[in-house]
Write a protein that binds this ligand. Sequence first.
Ligand code: FAD
Length: 495
Amino acid sequence: MAREQADVIVVGGGNAAFCAALAAQEQGASVIMLEAAPEEESGGNSRYTAGSVRVVYNGVDDIKALVPDLTEQEIATTAFGTYTADQFFDDMARVTQNRADPDLVELMITRSLDTFCWLRDKGVRFIPIYGRQAFKIEGKFKFWGGLTVEAVGGGPGLIKMLTEAASKRGIEIRYGTRALELLFDGVRVGGVRVRHDDAESELISRSVVLACGGFESNAEWRTRYLGPGWDLAKVRGTRFNNGDGIRMALAIGASPRGNWSGCHAVQWEMNAPEFGDLAVGDQFQKHSYPFAILINANGKRFVDEGADFRNYTYAKYGRVVLEQPGQFAWQVFDQKVKHLQRDEYKIRQVTKAGASSIEEFAHKLEGVNAQAFLNTIAEYNKAVRADVPFNPNVKDGRSTVGLPINKSNWANTIDQPPFEGYAVTCGITFTFGGLRITNDAEVLNTDYRPIRGLYAAGELVGGLFYFNYPGGSGLTSGAVFGRIAGAAAARHGRN
Ligand SMILES: Cc1cc2nc3c(=O)[nH]c(=O)nc-3n(C[C@H](O)[C@H](O)[C@H](O)COP(=O)(O)OP(=O)(O)OC[C@H]3O[C@@H](n4cnc5c(N)ncnc54)[C@H](O)[C@@H]3O)c2cc1C
């Protein structure tokens, strides 16, 4: 069997893997990245993202550090506000119900700005997210959800810039090369067995960084760990994340950690394909539901659509839709709020219904009990607190009262035709369960001792996200822990 050598092998070709590879190279290590996907499908889930990153900033100066070409005009017309470390801590504590590992959370938060500035120095460019995360009021953009910058060109742009940064620094990327097994002598990891073009070979290294995603693309593991029905979810991103990194590490005694029955899952176009489509990217998502109501096959509402800003509810509402009869729901809008629909509602690949009377509309919502739907609308309209002004930029407290499930914010009567419905199902983004790591991103065994030479970053790290997730933290976690893992892996075994 052929044998080759590198100081550090990084398994994966997404954001976490590139950050690990760049950090290892910076320490003087020779690095090979293994990407299971062929080049045209490479980049993992990271390539499917909008490229939005959650980063701590204490004012416009920090935004300028990340976006050096921000113009005076942009600064004058934008209220960036702040997103302090305390706010990020509060968000993580709240959405994970205080389950997240405090050390991992602290590292992710306190290193976020520094890490993205480091990436900027490597050639990754960022811009403010004017379209999706800021509404214009009185001529000024106001950011609202702690999510303020994105990579230029979104996920595809991020992967392109990372690939250029890696190639420029002599990091070799082997596409179509799947890691099968870790080479382990009982004490330390010293390489990987791989498959490329139906041939297997061994790559020897001082250390290995696993950054090859969760098990979201594996229908069997989803059903096994997330539970019945999860085989029916659509996969939002890559088809290549089958839990290989987790499986390889567990096979040599790694300790599992985190929310193995939990995942990030959103409302997703009902007729989307089994896996993501790079031509559509994240546009199958339907994220303007806080301004709509959600209706199931029984014609009933089933969740508080306005419980919080969408950044703090979207990642758990996919599961709620999966639990409905037939695993679908309709998002219902009237004309008053149509202007608040995000761009993704305008794509061709939508399952849409429309009518100019509510009775006609009720019969157009395929699979829905029309009479029950009409009753729901009548009750809902009566319950809206019209005395509280509507404001999409803040949690406006314009709620419903007296319903079995109230809407806490952004409630508006549904009475201005034409009416519009969009059918959604559950789209899984990534799984939360993974491996136990130290603050240096070393993988621990079941005796909680480091497995020498093995590091992990990105989706397959367990202990960070439980139940839910603050939007934009996936790329932040991958970047921060990828950088830590790569640097530690490069130092490992040096005399
Ligand atoms: C549609 C969509 C939109 C999203 N939007 C955002 C967003 O805007 N902001 C945000 O922060 N997060 C977003 N996320 C979540 C984000 O994508 C992930 O949290 C993050 O990209 C994970 O990075 P990663 O490097 O760990 O995994 P990935 O980017 O998925 O990379 C894993 C890599 O490992 C490779 N691989 C798998 N198995 C093997 C193997 N055995 N051998 C070799 N290679 C292997 C895969 O091919 C892939 O290249 C989104 C996700 C999706 C799907």
